[in-house]
Write a protein that binds this ligand. Structure first.
Ligand code: FES
Length: 273
């Protein structure tokens, strides 16, 4: 038996369904469904390891984590020896982002009947049995909490990344509210797609200094060629924010600096030019 390996895993249940990930090919227990997590690295706390592993594996950040249960199992180790593995399971009260398979084979939110039949590694079996013993009907007990949701909102409000900017297209303007990277203040903006890349402007009409959008109405003209103020109808060109028709013709929106961030966009520099 060669030493003990410390592993951390997270339990996140939303609307009665449990977040699980499938282990990739080439790894031990490949193809089996587990409670996502991984090895605690030198110098890391288990909570830090959980955050790192979930970001690396599923591109989400767990928040409001609290200890749930631990398990020690002995497992085959490389070279045929066996090793003790201590698994620390944490309940997760919220997640920033939507889980997707980055360094795992697949992710899913499993109902209790589904989780009962999914093949899982031995290290997760006892904890899954425990969670299944607490099930109400076909639903796991939610771990997502209001405190977790509040932490997610707070996290998002500090993060310059513009949510949903991965799906930016020429037919959709994305409103956002973000702290300026220089921390000076919070800015309301609009992210637009143009043939020359993304553009962003303060969401303030130069005509009456009020936001251009109103009650979720689309901000772009039907053909996507113009940005339209939903108050009094000023028309702006997305490429440079200039008003080409309406009460503020000739004036321009205030541009904001944005930069590529992964598949999306984030507020950049001091925010305003
Ligand atoms: S407020 Fe925008 S056109 Fe008047």
């Amino acid at each position: 038996m060669s030493g003990t390996r410390l592993v951390v895993a997270g339990i996140f249940v939303r609307e009665g369904r449990l977040l699980m990930s499938r282990r990739p090919a080439g790894r031990a227990w490949a193809g089996l469904w587990e409670l996502p997590g991984g090895k605690v690295e030198e110098g890391e706390t288990p909570e830090e390891a959980l955050v790192r592993e979930w970001r690396e594996e599923m591109d989400v950040t767990p928040v409001a984590v609290s200890p749930y249960h631990f398990e020690t199992v002995d497992e085959p180790a490389p070279g045929g020896a066996r090793q003790n593995v201590t698994l620390l399971f944490y309940e997760v009260g919220g997640i920033v982002g939507a889980p997707r398979s980055v360094a795992v084979d697949a992710v899913r939110f499993a109902s209790a009947p589904e989780a009962r039949i999914l093949p899982t590694p031995p290290g997760d079996a006892a904890t899954l049995r425990r969670l299944l013993a607490e099930v109400e009907g076909d639903a796991f007990v939610d771990t997502e909490t209001e405190a977790g949701r509040a932490l997610v909102r707070e996290h998002l409000s500090r993060d310059p990344f513009i949510e949903n900017s991965e799906s930016l297209s020429s037919l959709r303007a994305i409103p956002f509210r973000k702290p300026c990277p220089n921390g000076a203040n919070v800015v309301s903006g609009l992210l637009l797609a143009t043939p020359d890349g993304a553009r962003a402007y303060r969401n303030v009409c130069p005509h009456a200094a009020i936001p251009l959008d109103r009650d979720g109405e689309p901000l772009l003209s039907a053909d996507g060629l113009f940005l339209v103020c939903r108050n009094h109808g000023a028309v702006f060109t997305p490429e440079d924010g200039r008003c080409v028709a309406g009460p503020c013709e000739g004036e321009s929106l205030t541009p904001l600096d944005v930069a590529r961030s992964g598949a999306g966009w984030a507020l950049d520099g001091g925010g305003t030019r």
